[in-house]
Design a binder for this molecule. Structure first.
Ligand code: PLP
Length: 500
């Protein structure tokens, strides 16, 4: 299934589980699933970490994990990298900073951030010098705004979404206050124009930029919106912001490792991301940032003549020139590039799982990841749609609908599904019972994200079967509770429409 057209034709007809298994058989990335530890249903159920204490019928059965948009699964090789870190520290002490070891999977600690940046650059479409691996997304966002949000009397506004991820909202609000400005005036919050839609169109973003063109200092948007799964048109919006002389930064939490980014070519000013979602590096994993090369040059001559010679920033010694870093001087000269925005020593331990994960991405390549991702998400959409349309043809109500854009160019792996009010709790309980892991956003949205590195088409098939039934069960229960008796029109008995 390496050709897109062939896959579209096959996917369109793969309505049975056997056909889903056939799709798995021709999946170009199937050799990478064993790189990951997939929890079994038993793993999820038992109350201990160790598997020795219980043994149930589910011991061998893998769960259906479609939650890589929240926390990606653990690559097998990450434990080896972490263990080598522990060994290097244990056996070499401070020498581990500088000495390479033949049998180690990780580089010396002093270079580990550079190696990670090198491997990260192709994933975001950046020059190596434009990437730094450091801190967390929120901390990086503050560091970037400290450098890129320089409000003046005329240009002081920041445009963002009304429903931005809360951390982004707080960061923007606090930066505005930090400059002694009023968030009421300086924050321009975009809300969806159509109350039935949760998404914000490119034309709306452009119109908002036009409206505030002369007074806006910065725009902050998500590459992929965490709630709706909408993939913003980064290239077009960035070009439009620049046509008005406005700086633009992107929160790529849900885009990195998910879609093919070309941050350098798209002329993005800066971007920040975390590594625990599609990058599979573990809870709270070290984050990353991109600074376009045009913003990170260091003019040594100007510095020599008493001028600043580089973009202002909040500085720390790890952003300082490597050649002089250990001379312990008090005159800061940044490393040219994104590395010059680092502040303190990056946590080498935190970089180990990142290196492990990036090795897998290097084997897979982002074009192949995206290509499979498009197929899987289209497949998920197709099965969900078929399921609801079969149900409505049978005279049943529509219990859920997809709020993520339908065009593949406007979404990544994730589909956000809105349920009829009052069903979420029942549906999530049933999914848990069946060993299906997705995530919820109250009051009524379920986010589902097949991750191409480890998920299979048959898991997508299983998910839709279980989910559809869970929705009907929850609806039936809700109706029974409100009516006091009887099942609603036998919805539960009809089971899952795709099985027919
Ligand atoms: C879209 C988005 N932005 C920002 C964050 C905050 O990231 P962190 O807690 O790593 O700073 C998250 C975390 O999930 C996120 O999803």
């Amino acid at each position: 299934m390496c050709s897109d057209q062939a896959s579209k034709d096959t996917i369109g007809k793969a309505y049975t589980r056997e056909e889903a298994l056939q799709l798995d058989g021709s999946d170009c990335l199937r050799h990478l699933r064993p790189e990951f530890i997939i929890p079994t249903k038993d793993d999820l159920r038992r109350k201990t970490l160790s598997s020795q204490s219980t043994s149930t019928e589910f011991q061998e059965e893998f769960c259906v994990y479609l939650c890589g948009n929240s926390l990606g699964l653990q690559p097998r090789r990450s434990a080896g990298h972490v263990s080598d870190y522990m060994k290097a520290w244990a056996t070499k002490g401070v020498l581990g900073h500088f000495k390479a070891h033949q049998d180690s999977t990780i580089p010396p600690f002093v270079n580990i951030d550079d190696v990670a940046a090198q491997q990260m650059a192709p994933i975001v479409g950046a020059l190596v010098s434009e990437v730094a691996v450091m801190e967390t997304l929120s901390a990086n966002l503050h560091l970037m705004m400290a450098s890129f949000y320089r409000p003046t009397e005329k240009r002081y506004k920041i445009i963002l979404e009304g429903k931005a991820f809360p951390s982004d909202h707080y960061a923007v609000e606090s930066q505005i206050r930090h400059h002694g400005l009023d968030p009421e005036r300086a924050m321009i919050l975009m809300e969806p124009l159509d109350s039935d839609q949760a998404t914000i169109t490119t034309s709306q973003v452009m119109a908002t930029i036009d409206q505030h063109a002369l007074t806006t200092a910065l725009i902050l948007l998500p590459g992929i919106q965490y709630y709706t799964g909408q993939y913003f048109d980064i290239r077009t919006i960035t070009a439009h912001a620049h046509s008005h002389g406005i700086t633009i930064g992107w929160d790529l939490a849900h885009a990195v490792g998910n879609v093919e980014l070309q941050l350098h070519d798209w002329d993005v000013d800066f971007a920040v991301w975390c590594s625990y979602k599609y990058l599979n590096c573990g809870p709270g994993a070290i984050g990353g940032l991109f600074v376009h090369d045009k913003h990170s040059q260091v003019d040594r001559e100007a510095i020599g003549n008493g001028h600043e010679g580089y973009r202002p920033r909040l500085s720390g010694w790890w952003g300082g020139d490597k050649a002089t870093r250990f001379q312990m001087g008090s005159h800061f000269v940044p490393i040219p590039g994104a590395a010059g925005f680092q502040v303190g020593n990056p946590c080498a331990l935190a970089i180990c799982p990142l290196l492990a994960s990036l090795e897998i991405f290097a084997i897979a390549s982002m074009p192949a990841v995206r290509s499979k991702s498009i197929m899987m998400t289209n497949y998920l959409e197709e099965l969900l749609q078929r399921s609801t349309s079969t149900a409505t043809q049978d005279g049943m109500e529509e219990l859920y609908w997809i709020i993520t854009p339908r065009s593949t160019a406007e979404r990544g792996a994730q589909l956000s599904i809105r349920l009829q009010p009052g069903l979420l709790e029942g549906v999530m309980m049933e999914l848990e019972e069946q060993g299906v892991v997705v995530d919820e956003r109250k009051p009524d949205v379920v986010r589902v994200a097949p991750a191409p590195l480890y998920n299979t088409f048959s898991e997508v098939w299983d998910f839709v079967a279980i989910f559809d039934l869970a929705c009907r069960k929850a609806k039936s229960k809700k109706t029974n509770n409100s009516q006091g008796s009887g099942l609603l029109g036998g919805t539960e008995d009809k089971g899952w429409s795709l099985i027919k």
